[in-house]
Design a protein around this ligand. Structure first.
Ligand SMILES: [Zn+2]
Length: 729
């Protein structure tokens, strides 16, 4: 029951009120920063060269437009038309073509009464400009609707814009930009209160761009909670004074025509009426009340021409670190990692690079570690924010404190990142499975959540506390469930994980993407390899990885003891590269068994290149991870790396290991230390077998199991969620 309640509490359908509360906080924060350029940016006042003035010597133009977002707006169209007719105005209404049924008789009625009709995209998502191909595909349909509706004007959903691409549309004007508005998802500004001529490319005719110059109703009344229309008045005065164009967007969806029963995202329609009254009383003789189509027709070609390719300016200039206009449109993904620092978490680092390849901006939040002490760094264009690692905690309260500590820092840093540049995707890597809580906040702002399952947390717990399926275990299951259910996509490490996760939480397999921890072969190509069989002396065994309870280094020690003491094999040396909480215990045990002459605990090697060299220099690689709930279904990165280096492997016969290491390993029955030792002995003496296994590993990692495949799946996961991108204003 509790889980049910909690689930619904956290479900993506967070109350609209809460969503708005979060957006309010963000806008209020931004407001202080943009004080000098919003609502008025003085630089926008300069008239374009050759400009000769509005028709009939009017001082300025007034253009009223409405975007109808959904059924609620549709229902308010008629009262709104009545209000405007009453006061002698005729506005333009833009409809979303494929999001709700647009009643043709309403469009006819509008036109009959002197209103204008325009198109506000096909659907109200932020996808229109995602790729050139997607745009071209939509443009065909948009042109069809324009023709059907007899419309000549366009406004892109969410004010995304690419003025060059827009010339593919059969329009006389577009109105998807603004003179200044830092609160829009693509906040680059046209920085003018005059229309602009946008030349067509490839022989197309070009069109007039009409920036909106009065703040949107939603921004003013819902987000900033203004009670009156002072900001509109002040800006209108300023525009009139400078002879520009006052263009206003309001949304019938957000207007309430009855004083009672108002929704959380509505404001009284009388505020709009007040504005119209104000125009009538103050500017009756000085203003040209025009429809956007009329301005589009009137505006002389080539006046205020915007050079193709550089339609909008960087905005605002004075904020350091802001990127170019083209970059503003780029999506941004935030990775949150808790149990490892980046780039040392190989999986996250590889995923972050994939995202970068997709032309996304990538930021990572992770803890520091002994290798990465700096709190901020940028590697290969990927920004990394680190919070202080909490070392030396133990016990239940220690772990709880550690989680709180991590959560606190992740929250702080993610807001910091968000306020610098909003992200559209939160990619949370487990363990632990608590990132969904943080992601829930950003979902309210329209971000998508990718749950990246590195480990099965409940199974990980069972390996530490075998058989304890009590409260804590159930909590872990629950967290995993929330993570899966609230995620837009689940990324998991192999087919076993995919099956287990899908089955136990009822997640559709389509939502789960397998991104295996397959090695990046390019890394290995750079390593100088010793000649095959080139070294003399004892055979080199190698283990690379963590030394924690579930890793089985203790098993390795027992195996080596068996190898030496029972099988009489002494012509080898085994290196253990890595560290972990079991290192001391394992070393102590090796000492007890008199193995220190055969075993070398190298510790953690900071330099990735040296680790790879070590792998390439080994003769035989071992993976002693014992059979347990977790290991059975896990893909071991080290096994894949051993194979990519062309090394023979000895491991226990666990389902996922069998899948990965097919043909490249000697697999022995789980738990059979004698068999493990014998397999090592066999390889020490059979050089031909070593070579055959090594070649099979190279072959397998070079074809089926290369990172390229995982990389492709990772990109598929992102594409799938960008397709279903959240609707926004
Ligand atoms: Zn809209």
């Amino acid at each position: 029951m509790l889980s049910h309640t909690l689930y619904y509490y956290l479900k993506p359908v967070v109350p609209r009120r809460v969503q708005i509360a979060v957006r309010r906080a963000v806008v209020r924060h931004q407001l202080r920063r943009y004080r000098e350029v919003w609502p008025i940016d003085e630089r926008a006042a300069a008239p374009p060269e050759g400009w000769e003035g509005w028709p009939d010597g009017k001082k300025f133009a007034l253009v009223l437009t409405h975007d109808v977002e959904g059924p609620r707006g549709l229902a308010n169209c008629r009262p709104l038309m009545e209000m405007e007719k009453d006061l002698g105005f005729r506005s333009s209404f833009n409809f979303v073509a494929e999001e709700y049924p647009v009643p043709m008789e309403l469009l006819h009625q509008m036109r009959d009464q002197g209103f204008e009709v325009g198109l506000h995209g096909l659907s109200h998502d932020g996808n229109m400009f995602r790729s050139r191909r997607a745009f071209e595909e939509q443009a065909v349909r948009i042109n069809r609707y324009l023709k059907e509706w007899g419309a000549t004007g366009f406004r892109a959903p969410s004010m995304y814009h690419d003025l060059e691409w827009l010339s593919d549309l059969d329009i006389s004007y577009d109105s998807s930009t603004f003179d200044t508005d830092p609160f829009e998802p693509q906040p680059d500004a046209l920085c003018t209160i005059f229309p602009r001529w946008i030349p067509g490319r490839d022989g197309r005719k070009g069109y007039v761009e009409l920036p909106y110059t009065l703040p949107q109703d939603f921004t003013l009344f819902i987000l900033l909670q203004e009670r009156g229309i002072d900001i509109w008045k002040r800006k209108l005065d300023w525009i009139a004074e400078r002879g520009g164009m006052a263009l206003l967007i309001t949304h019938p969806d957000y207007m309430s025509f009855s004083e009672c029963g108002k929704h959380a995202d509505q404001y009284p329609a009388r505020l709009y009426r007040e504005f119209l009254d104000h125009v009538r009383s103050e500017y009756y003789d000085h203003c040209w009340p025009a429809q956007p189509g009329q301005v589009g027709e009137f505006w002389p070609k080539d006046i205020g021409r915007v050079a193709s390719g550089s339609p909008t300016r960087v905005w605002p200039e004075r904020t350091p670190g802001r990127v170019l206009a083209a970059d503003e449109k780029r999506r941004h993904v935030l990775f949150i990692v808790e149990n490892q620092s980046v780039p040392y978490d190989r999986r996250v680092w590889a995923e972050a690079r994939s995202a970068k390849e997709m032309d996304l901006d990538v930021t990572v939040i992770c803890p520091t570690n002994e290798r990465a002490r700096v709190r901020y760094e940028s590697i290969e264009g990927i920004e990394i924010f680190r919070y202080p690692e909490l070392a030396g905690t133990s016990g239940r309260s220690g772990i709880a404190f550690e989680y709180l500590h991590a959560f606190f820092w992740q929250t702080l840093l993610s807001w910091k990142v968000y306020l610098r540049k909003p992200f559209q995707i939160v990619h949370g890597a487990n363990p632990p499975d608590d990132v969904f809580l943080l992601a829930a906040f950003f979902r309210l702002l329209g971000s998508r959540f990718v749950y990246d399952q590195h480990d099965l947390s409940p199974e990980l717990y069972l390996t530490k506390y075998p058989g304890r399926r009590g409260l804590l275990y159930r909590v872990l299951l629950l967290l995993e469930r929330f993570s899966c259910r609230t995620a837009h996509a689940v990324v998991t490490a192999n087919d076993s994980y995919r099956r287990i996760t899908g089955d136990r939480h009822g997640i559709s397999q389509e939502k789960i993407f397998v991104v295996r921890n397959d090695p990046d072969l390019n890394e290995f190509r750079k390593i100088q390899r010793p000649n095959a069989g080139g070294h003399t002396g004892p055979t080199e065994l190698l283990y690379v990885g963590s030394i924690n309870p579930q890793d089985g280094v203790d098993v390795l020690v027992e195996t080596l003891s068996c190898l030496v003491n029972h099988l009489g094999e002494r012509d080898f040396r085994c290196r253990v590269v890595g560290g972990g909480e079991h290192l001391d215990a394992v070393r102590h045990r090796a000492n007890q068994l008199g193995l220190l002459g055969f075993l070398d605990f190298v510790g953690v090697i900071r330099d990735r290149g040296i680790v790879l060299e070590r792998i390439c220099a080994a003769d035989i690689c071992v993976e002693p991870a014992p059979d347990n709930e977790l290991n059975r279904y896990s893909t071991f990165i080290k096994v894949m790396e051993y194979m990519a280096a062309g090394k023979p492997v000895v491991a226990f016969d666990l389902p996922e290991t069998r899948f990965s290491a097919r043909g490249a390993a000697l697999l022995v029955p789980p738990g059979d230390i004698g068999a493990f030792a014998s397999a090592i002995k066999r390889l020490i003496h059979d050089f031909g077998l070593r070579q055959r296994l090594g070649e099979a590993g190279l072959e397998r990692t070079g074809t089926d199991l290369k990172w390229d495949t995982a990389n492709r799946n990772m990109k598929r996961a992102y594409k799938s969620i960008m397709k279903q991108e959240t609707k926004r204003k």
